[in-house]
Design a protein around this ligand. Structure first.
Ligand code: ADP
Length: 428
């Protein structure tokens, strides 16, 4: 009997990456290709042709299949994508125009309409939500009867053979899906959204179909390959880290500072931008501070960041009490739209200034987890770190001292691996 593999595909912002893992979550094949930047026909607009995603996905899968060693057979496949990237199709899944990408901010009038109809706890608020984009598309590119709404990952799964109208509970959150009641809420109809335009939101990791015959043959994949409901790119990145127990958390130290805590109960606090996704039998509550690595980039060159990282004194705090922000305004761990960055007094020593900023962000992280724990009634047990700042061992020590919990290494840092774990669920 050949060994079973599960394929996970991450449709990220800059490219598509696929991995194939065995039943022990060991990686046996990988492949990746870049995606071009979205087009911006007007200020604040970001569009991309879905055909570009499909062509890149097929090329990546073709390469992945070449990389699979003899004796292994893929049995399942799941995809993650950015839930804020959305398109309309006809009933059979043909796009009715380009997709509006996650960073598109044109739908401000639609966000105002959503604010009047949706409960405060809904994930559909804001101009970049999938629902705001759907309402914009319905108004400006009227579609024939029977049109469908598809997230990036949904449309790509259809290209592989899934029935049009297939989505997952994580992608559906920002389209207005109610994850507590597990259904599309009635208020969506008051906004003019026909129920037929909304997809079925499956549990991530559930089998939803089988690969199309011709597609399987063209890609060299088995004709009975199971298609599995996936998730969003950030959920996939969390799953990949290996965090799975209540109280386990992942901090993303990228351009912004994003905190995620696994909880037994969901937490929703829209005024702080906190919402929760289902993850298996648990909930993943998250919040994002405006602070983060972008502030470091604004004040230090990459060479200075590297030099000052080596010069950190984690056991000798500077006492500089900074609140680093790239621009005024904070949302989480507390809402303060006019909060000014606090980066004075500035010491003569550049690396002391750097350490002060890292300590300031560690303070924000500590406040953030305190806030999430309070809202969700959960106790923080450990923190794993991902993103550019996670390489900074001295900073990890500074953060660990403040947080008072073990700082663990993620088992994997690639979203594609998390999605492969979902694909594995369907065949394990
Ligand atoms: P994103 O994908 O959000 O743009 P990345 O995960 O690529 O971000 O991380 C980039 C960020 O990591 C930069 O903003 C940079 O400030 C930060 N970073 C890189 N190296 C270090 C370091 N040694 N210490 C702290 N932060 C760092």
């Amino acid at each position: 009997m050949p060994d079973v593999l599960a394929i996970g595909v991450d449709v990220g912002t800059s490219g598509i990456r696929a991995v194939a893992i065995d039943a022990h979550a060991e990686t046996h094949a990988e492949a990746a290709l870049p995606l071009p930047a979205p087009e911006s026909p007007m200020a604040g607009w970001q569009e991309q042709a879905p055909a570009l995603w499909r062509d890149t996905l097929f090329a990546v899968l073709h390469r992945l299949v070449q990389d699979i060693p003899r004796g292994y057979v893929p049995r399942s496949l799941a995809l993650d994508g950015t839930s804020g990237s959305l398109l309309l199709t006809n009933a059979s899944g043909t796009p009715l125009g380009p997709a509006l990408m996650y960073a598109d901010r044109r739908a401000t009038a639609e966000a105002a309409r959503i604010a009047t109809a949706a409960p405060a706890t809904s994930g559909a608020h804001g101009a970049s939500s999938a629902l705001a984009k759907l309402l914009w598309l319905m108004r400006h590119r009227p579609a024939a009867d029977g049109f469908r709404t598809m997230h990036q990952a949904d449309w790509l799964l259809v290209q592989l053979g899934a029935a049009p109208g297939t989505s997952d509970e994580n992608n559906a959150l920002k389209l207005g899906y109610d994850p507590v009641e597990r259904r599309w809420p009635d208020w969506l109809e008051t906004l003019g959204v026909p129920p037929t335009a909304l997809p079925s939101a499956h549990v991530p990791g559930a089998r939803v179909g089988t690969i199309g015959r011709q597609t399987a043959a063209a890609l060299g994949l088995p004709a009975d390959l199971a298609l599995v409901a996936g998730t969003t790119d950030s959920m996939a990145a969390f799953i990949a880290t290996g965090a799975r127990e209540p109280g386990e958390a992942v901090t993303s130290l990228g351009s912004t500072l994003v905190l995620k805590l696994l909880c037994r109960q969901p937490a929703f606090a829209p005024e702080y931008g906190i919402y929760s996704h289902r993850l298996g039998d648990l909930w993943l509550a998250g919040g994002a501070s405006n602070s983060g690595g972008a502030v470091l980039r604004a004040h230090f060159t990459d060479e200075e960041i590297a030099r000052c990282t080596d010069a950190l004194h984690p056991d000798a705090p500077t006492g500089l009490d900074y609140y680093p922000l790239p621009t005024p305004g904070e949302r989480f761990p507390f809402a303060a739209p006019n909060l000014q960055p606090r980066l004075t007094p500035r010491p003569d020593d550049l690396c002391r200034y750097f350490q002060g900023m890292l300590e300031g962000m560690a303070e924000i992280e500590q406040l953030g987890y305190a806030h999430l724990q309070r809202l969700a009634g959960e106790t923080l047990r450990s923190v794993r770190s991902v993103g550019g700042g996670s390489v900074n061992v001295g900073w990890t020590r500074i953060r660990g001292t403040r947080l008072g919990v073990p700082m663990l290494n993620p088992t994997h840092r690639e979203a594609a691996h998390g999605t492969a774990l979902l694909a594995l669920k369907a065949v394990a």
